[in-house]
Each structure stands twice: as C-alpha cells, then as structure tokens.
Design a protein. Structure first.
Length: 224
C-alpha cells in the first residue's frame, strides 16, 4: 500500500515479470462512521505511514480473496448496473477492512525481519523529513549513519529504488505542493520553506516533476 505523496519506485525482475493491478482512491471517498468502535478504515494506511513499510504479504488463500475483490471492482466498473461506482467504493472499504484484520503482529514481524540489516535507514528518512529546508548532502547523511558515502548510496538506492538527490527533490516538491494548496504564501517564500536554493531552481525542479509551474498548479488545485 502506498499512501499519497509517498516516494516509491518499482524494481521489476526481468526474469520474473508480473502483472500489477493498482487501485487509486482518495481518502475523501472513505467513510468515517461515528459508531462506538475503535476502528477506522484508514487505520492500515496510518499504520503503514508510521512504519514506512508498504509491503503486506498474503497467504495463498488470502491472495485468492484479494483477487476476488479486484475482480468484483472490475465487474462493477465494466458493467451497466445502477450504482456501479458506489459498489466499487464499497468494495474498496471491504479491502481496507480485510487488510486491517491481518495480524498486526505479522506485519510488525515482517517489518523487523526485512529491515534488520538497514535499520538505520528509518532514522535517515526521519532526518530528511525534518530538515528539508536545510542542507542535506550525501556526506552529512553518511556521517549520521556511520557508514561510508559509497555504502550509503548503495543501500539508499537498494531501499528506495532511486538516488538520494532525486528522493530529496521529490520530498521537497511534495512539501511545496502542500504549501501551494494550503497557504497563500508567495511562491518565492514556498521555495525557501521547501529547501530550494533559489526561485528559478524551484521552478525548474517543480516543472520537471509535476509538469507545470507552481503558480499554475496552485490555480488548478484551487479550482478543483
């Protein structure tokens, strides 16, 4: 599961290619029902964001159940039944409930086992998140992790699928997008708050990743 504005990168195995099915949905579509039960459909999303671990392994039987959910969504959206979109949204709720019912202990155990060798990366991710406005260099992060720059670069790309510079730029762009949407700060100030050295550099990087200028992006999201 990949929460919104999470940097991710596919690393396919050329010798064992797979077909991927993706469900994109807005949290606004997920119902929050005020009943006396300690449960939220988005609980599993918050759990994943907290641990920064996005892969959930399913047993064969659970894979079959999950495939049936996907088939039902496809059936609803490809048919002409009344309320097909509502039905697809309801099935998405079922998927979130299904994943939430998976043993949290199993998820935590998998997280610990698969990240044991690179546990220090979580501290690096947290440091980057808190210091986007400042200087973030390979040498600085390698020093914090107590590893060589070469080793840091290799492990970082192994874990994220992308290089450090691209990762940091994407994080800064995501922060800029949020500020453009939620504040009336001038673009130059947003560039500074997001960690860009200059406004022209911010414009170039924003356009590279988003495909439009910061001003146009702000205008479009507010129209929507």
């Amino acid at each position: 599961m990949v929460p919104n504005d999470t940097i991710h990168h596919a690393v396919p195995n050329q010798d064992d290619l797979v077909t991927s099915s993706v469900i994109f949905f807005s949290p606004a579509l997920i119902q929050t029902i005020p009943i006396d039960e300690n449960f939220s459909y988005l609980f599993i999303v918050e759990k994943i964001k907290k641990h920064k671990y996005y892969k959930i392994s399913l047993s064969v039987s659970k894979q079959e159940t999950f495939e049936q959910f996907l088939n039902n969504i496809e059936k609803e959206l490809s048919g002409n039944e009344v309320g097909s979109i509502h039905a697809a949204i309801l099935i998405t709720h079922q998927i979130l409930l299904f994943l939430s019912r998976l043993s949290i202990e199993q998820i935590d155990k998998t997280f610990r086992e698969e990240n044991l060798n690179h546990f220090w990366m979580n501290e690096i991710f947290a440091f980057i998140e808190l210091n986007l406005q400042g200087n973030i260099s390979l040498s600085l992060l390698a020093d914090k992790a107590h590893v060589s720059p070469a080793h840091f670069s290799r492990v970082f790309k192994e874990v994220t699928g992308i290089g450090l510079t691209v990762y940091v730029n994407k994080k800064r762009i995501y922060k800029a997008k949020e500020l453009l949407w939620t504040t009336d700060y001038p673009v130059a100030h947003i560039a500074e708050l997001s960690g860009f050295e200059s406004t022209p550099h911010f414009y170039r990087t924003f356009n590279k990743f988003i495909g439009t200028t910061p001003s146009c992006y702000r205008k479009n999201v507010r129209i929507k």
